[in-house]
Design a protein around this ligand. Structure first.
Ligand code: NAD
Ligand code: TYD
Length: 343
């Protein structure tokens, strides 16, 4: 099966390309990626010269380029997105352009080319804040609270509309917060690891008691491959590991493994509109496709820390390499707006 992967040079996309090409089934991949600050071909060095892998640099909003590159593919797995909540708060327009209009362009191309399966990779953030004692299943109302989650909810609704209106073979997955190798160090876990390794302050938003349901990226990739193979068209599948943990506990875990002092933790002003809690109910994918998470949280964090420790050159490259301008612009804004609350 020839799979058109969008955003395959990003964090989850690159892990997925490795996962798919490592399976016994005969898959080949066309990786279509614009290489924004978050996309990096270094992530794919181990498959770059394989015959069953090819790379096309392009924007998902460019309909002609998408159609040309998708020609001859059997299925689409759609990761490409602007994926960071803080950036979406800072500058919403590019997020809507890529995540909403880009998804529409892909749906139209896939329909025109009679693609047999379209897996849309979405997020549990579309469900919004989940009260204590509850977990969101696939029928939970969509109540997104950030421009990022609103854009993902909008793209989910576009996929849904194509399924209903055109009999389109779309499937939506909604995973919880991922962590693991190749994650850009703007996101919580890699930022905390990278700063702790450099003995820099670890910025904790607000009281640090917000909870996220942590999923190792390899578990997510296994789920996506199952959905690609056997998921039911028109369905939504939640993917969560049931590891709901407050941010402060997660940072303490990281500092403990690294043997660094808790005095590195620095409370900063809270993120506007910050969701307090995500928690996913994922029994549907277990029941229908036999998926269950394999990675224990402590083991996964240790493995991730080891990866960042052993890949200092990668970290240096993504933090200070070609992306310096974007990175500086964003962090200058962030540092101005986030004043330390207590040391
Ligand atoms: P990422 O930011 O690491 O990677 C995004 C990739 O998309 C990059 O390679 C980038 O170059 C590419 N891209 C961005 N805009 C593009 C455009 N206009 N055209 C073509 N390529 C473009 O993101 P990620 O964390 O790997 O997330 C991948 C997908 O999974 C996203 O759709 C995200 O919403 C979803 N998701 C992420 C998480 C998470 O915890 N990271 C959890 C659930 C779902
Ligand atoms: P993030 O990785 O941005 O994922 P999301 O907002 O999509 O869940 O953030 C995870 C949690 O960590 C979230 O509650 C915000 C918090 N956070 C911090 O406290 N400090 C930081 O510097 C970052 C980036 C996030």
């Amino acid at each position: 099966m020839k799979v058109f992967v969008t955003g395959g040079a990003g964090f989850i996309g690159s892990n997925f390309v490795y996962h798919l090409l490592g399976l016994p089934a005969a898959y080949s991949v066309v990786n279509y990626d614009a290489l924004t600050y978050a996309g990096n071909l270094l992530n794919l060095e181990r498959v770059a010269s394989q015959q069953n892998y090819s790379f096309v640099r392009g924007n998902i909003c460019d309909a002609a380029a998408v159609c040309a590159a998708m020609q001859g593919c059997d299925a689409v797995v759609h990761f490409a997105a602007e994926s960071h909540v803080d950036r979406s708060i800072y500058e919403p327009a590019p997020i809507i352009e890529t995540n909403v209009r880009g998804t529409l362009v892909l749906l139209q191309a896939a329909r025109e080319l009679k693609i047999s399966r379209f897996v849309h990779v979405s997020t549990d953030e579309v469900y919004g804040d989940i009260p204590h004692g509850l977990a969101s299943d696939e029928n939970y109302p969509l109540q997104p609270n950030s421009p990022y989650s609103a854009s993902k909810a909008a793209s989910d609704m576009l996929v849904r509309s194509f399924v209903r209106t055109y009999g389109f073979p779309g499937i939506i997955t909604r995973a919880s917060n991922n962590y693991g190798p190749y994650q850009f160090p703007e996101k919580f876990i890699p930022l905390m690891i990278a700063n702790a390794l450099d003995n820099k302050p670890l910025p904790i938003y607000g009281d640090g008691l917000q909870e996220r349901d942590w999923l190792h990226v390899e578990d997510h990739c296994r789920a996506l491959a199952l959905v690609l193979e056997r998921g039911r068209e028109g369905e939504v599948y939640n993917v969560g590991a049931g590891n709901t943990e407050p941010n402060l506990s997660m940072v303490r875990r990281i500092l403990r493994v690294l043997g660094k002092p808790e005095s590195l933790m620095t409370r900063v002003a809270d993120r506007p509109g910050h969701d307090r809690r995500y928690a996913l109910e994922s029994s549907k994918i277990t029941r229908e496709l036999g998926w269950s998470p394999g990675m224990d949280l402590e083991q996964g964090i240790r493995q991730t820390i080891n990866w960042y420790r052993s890949n200092g050159a990668w970290l240096q490259h993504v933090r200070e390499g070609d992306y310096r301008e974007y990175y500086d612009k964003y962090y200058t804004h962030r540092d101005k707006t986030m004043k330390t609350v207590t040391a």
